[in-house]
Design a binder for this molecule. Structure first.
Ligand code: ZN
Length: 177
């Protein structure tokens, strides 16, 4: 399976509500392998959702803190507590911002064979799961950040979140006042 290009903010596919996976077949396996391979090319990435390679389906692959997960049709069924910390996104290379998330989540999903699974995670992995499931609903971490500016860790560039949101939401029509 070939690796794909990671879609960057401004592309409307990142704003779509991804469609549920209904067919658990070879094609799905190849798609998941493609996401895994694309993620593996990036040392700075923890996870990648299908919309980030231009496929609007409810799939995400996580390779983070020594744990590898493939989640199809994931849903948060329980959330508890609160945490505030920095997070970033491969669709916003280098930029990080603080986002308030639940401390612990219970997530129900299917594996690539269609088997039902449930996991419960806390801390950084819970943050990662929430970020990824947001992607499947067209929600980006810049929508939730508590910061006014994002700072690029590669070159120190500072961007106003308000300006990024204008670029990142091309589908939203201007509101008549
Ligand atoms: Zn992301």
């Amino acid at each position: 399976m070939k690796k794909s290009t990671i879609i960057l903010f401004g592309d409307p596919v990142l704003r779509e509500e991804a469609k549920p996976v209904v067919a658990f077949n070879k094609k799905l396996g190849a798609l998941i392998d493609g996401i895994r391979l694309t993620l593996a090319m990036r040392l700075d990435g923890a996870a990648l959702a299908a919309p980030q390679i231009g496929v609007s389906k409810r799939i995400t692959v996580i390779d983070y803190m020594g744990e590898y997960l493939e989640l199809v049709n994931p849903d948060i069924v329980e959330a508890a507590g609160e945490q505030l910390d920095y997070e970033g996104c491969l669709s916003f290379p280098g930029f990080t911002g603080r986002v308030k998330r639940a401390e612990t989540v219970r997530v129900r999903f299917q594996d690539r064979a269609g088997r039902d699974r449930t996991i419960e995670r806390s801390g950084k992995m819970a943050r990662c799961l929430q970020h990824e499931i947001d992607h499947l609903n067209g929600v980006l971490f810049i929508d939730r950040t508590a910061d006014e500016f994002l700072v690029n860790s590669f070159d120190g560039r500072k961007l106003a979140v308000r300006d990024i949101l204008i670029t990142a939401s091309p589908r939203e029509k201007p509101v008549d006042v």
